[in-house]
Design a protein around this ligand. Structure first.
Ligand code: FE2
Length: 531
């Protein structure tokens, strides 16, 4: 339901009609970002206030394995203890009881109004591409009932939406959440800077959960996405927003005791080795220990991961300034990951765009050194955020002149010069087989925009440092937008949708039915040449 045209009170029936994957909810808004039971329960103690309504997370799934699919249902309350029970199953008869675990997210302040309990219910042994129902109860009281669909197997049409640089309480965040919901995606792939300013737990509570798990769908409200749609994201600069004395990024637990909420609110695959340059932390030892106890195995491992969905494989990377993309160990893991999948389409997702012509972040080019690796392994599209606008390149083959400043960790200027080979024939309409990798920056997800006056001005999309090579094909910076991608075994369609629902870009990419090559070589349809 679209609530934007409504006025006056919202009836309970309307709320449930609008509630996405929830079919019953016994919680009503009690204060900003807090929800209370709407009945006086027959409980022997006071029930907690909810600070995040139930939300579905992908959990630790990477490859698609029949009958071994898992999912996580998570929710958060204030610090009042409670004994939740969760059942799940393929029908509303449920039939299975989930393991429920709880961990405390605490600031350790004596007057800790922000302390909360993070709950998860684990659903193991699921079938792929199947809808499951769940019920959360407290004593005899039903709290929430809903449903979600597991990852689709190979050969099944899939739609995902991508956007980044979003949650900060702005009206534009809500419009993008609304259009993401209107697109009816199978999942969300966020490109980082999901929550401003510091990736803090209290910022998730204020800016993320109320908008992306809103009870109603509306341009000025947000949408009930998270309760039934898995939300993937990557760690980005605003998740690690503290500074050392040398002005290097660090998660500073003295400044913000609820730092690094990426690692406590998200439940993403844990299939990567611990990174050679893990997310740096400083601060009081007890606060750090409290954070680690809540994050468990997720910190620091979850900064990198990969997963499959339908005919696509996603490699998700930490591109923060503390990482060195020339690191041989890390590159070896990426190469193993990309060569070890039989998915028709390979996508890479990280926050700092390797190829962008914007003013704000052009110099953070360290991830450029990975371009040859991505080309070698037939990556179709790399998705980023960071630059707050939309930029789509033509298919690119890039040969770095050397590592440049890619390995100079924590430097602001990390230029990587090199030579470009740009596929100018590909137009995404008549010519649909790209020769090279397409780089999409979709950082117009809600935060204030950069370089609005670049829109419609291709002469401004050239950088002398890059020899004025016209690698950007489309740039829209005067409005917020999100990316909608439809994936089929032999073709994909990428559309960019603006905050009013209008289409501002569209390309179609095709590939042969067999083999891994998603690109066209000079000689015809063979695999790309290894450079
Ligand atoms: Fe950013």
């Amino acid at each position: 339901m679209d609530a934007t045209s409504r006025s006056g009170d919202i009836s309970r029936r309307d709320l449930l009609k609008a509630a996405g994957g929830l079919t019953f909810l016994a919680l009503v808004p009690a204060a900003r970002g807090r929800f209370a039971l709407d009945v006086r329960p027959a409980l022997d103690r006071v029930p907690p206030l909810f600070t995040a309504l139930p939300y579905v997370q992908p959990g630790d799934n990477s490859r698609l394995v029949a009958n071994q699919e898992r999912a996580i249902l998570a929710w958060q309350t204030d610090a009042t203890p409670a004994d939740f029970r969760v059942v799940f199953g393929p029908t509303t008869q449920y039939g299975h009881t989930a393991d429920v675990t709880v961990s405390r997210r605490s600031t350790l302040d004596t007057e800790d109004a922000e302390a909360r309990l993070n709950y998860t219910a684990a659903f193991p042994g699921l079938r792929l591409g199947t809808t499951y129902h769940y019920r959360v109860s407290l004593g005899a009281e039903r709290i929430a009932e809903g449903y979600f669909t597991t990852r689709k197997p190979r050969g099944t049409p899939t739609r995902f939406v991508a956007f980044g640089d979003n949650s900060y309480g702005d009206i534009s965040d809500r419009a993008i959440a609304y259009h993401a919901y209107r697109a009816r995606p199978d999942f969300v792939m966020n490109t980082g800077d999901n929550v401003y300013e510091g990736g803090l737990d209290n910022e998730y509570a204020r800016y993320f959960f109320p908008v992306y798990n809103a009870d109603l769908a509306g341009r000025r409200i947000g949408a009930p996405l998270l309760r039934s749609i898995p939300f993937y994201t990557v760690i980005a600069n605003h998740d690690v927003h503290g500074k050392t004395a040398e002005q290097h990024p660090v998660a500073d637990f003295d400044a913000d005791a609820d730092s690094l909420a990426y690692f406590t609110n998200m439940h993403l695959p844990l299939n990567a080795p611990i990174h050679p340059q893990p997310t740096p932390t400083v601060g009081d030892a007890a606060r750090l220990e409290a954070f680690r106890a809540c994050a468990g195995d997720r910190f620091p491992r979850m900064a990198n991961y990969s997963f499959d969905y339908g005919d696509a494989h996603f490699l998700c990377l930490d591109s923060n300034l503390y990482v060195d993309p020339t690191d041989a160990e890390w590159q070896a893991w990426m190469a193993d990951d990309l060569s070890g999948t039989d998915a028709a389409w390979k996508f890479v997702v990280y926050h700092h765009p390797a190829f962008n012509v914007g003013v704000e972040h052009y110099q953070e080019q360290h991830m450029r050194v990975l371009a040859p690796l991505f080309e070698r392994h037939g990556v179709a599209i790399v998705f980023h955020g960071h630059e707050h606008n939309y930029q789509r390149t033509r298919p690119i083959r890039f040969a770095p002149a050397g590592p440049g400043a890619a390995g100079t960790v924590n430097a602001k200027e990390r230029l990587v010069p090199g030579t470009f080979e740009v596929d100018a024939e590909f137009d995404g309409r008549r010519v649909t087989r790209p020769n090279g990798v397409i780089y999409v920056t979709t950082g117009a997800g809600g935060k204030h925009l950069y370089d609005a006056d670049f829109t419609g001005q291709p002469s401004r999309w050239l950088r002398p440092e890059d020899g004025n090579v016209a690698y950007v094909d489309r740039l829209v910076a005067d409005r917020h937008s999100l990316t909608v991608v439809d994936v089929r075994p032999t073709q994909l369609t990428l559309r960019q949708v603006d905050e009013r629902g209008g289409e501002i870009d569209r390309i179609r990419i095709t590939r042969r039915a067999a083999g891994q090559a998603a690109v066209r070589s000079r000689a015809g349809d063979g695999p790309p040449a290894v450079r």
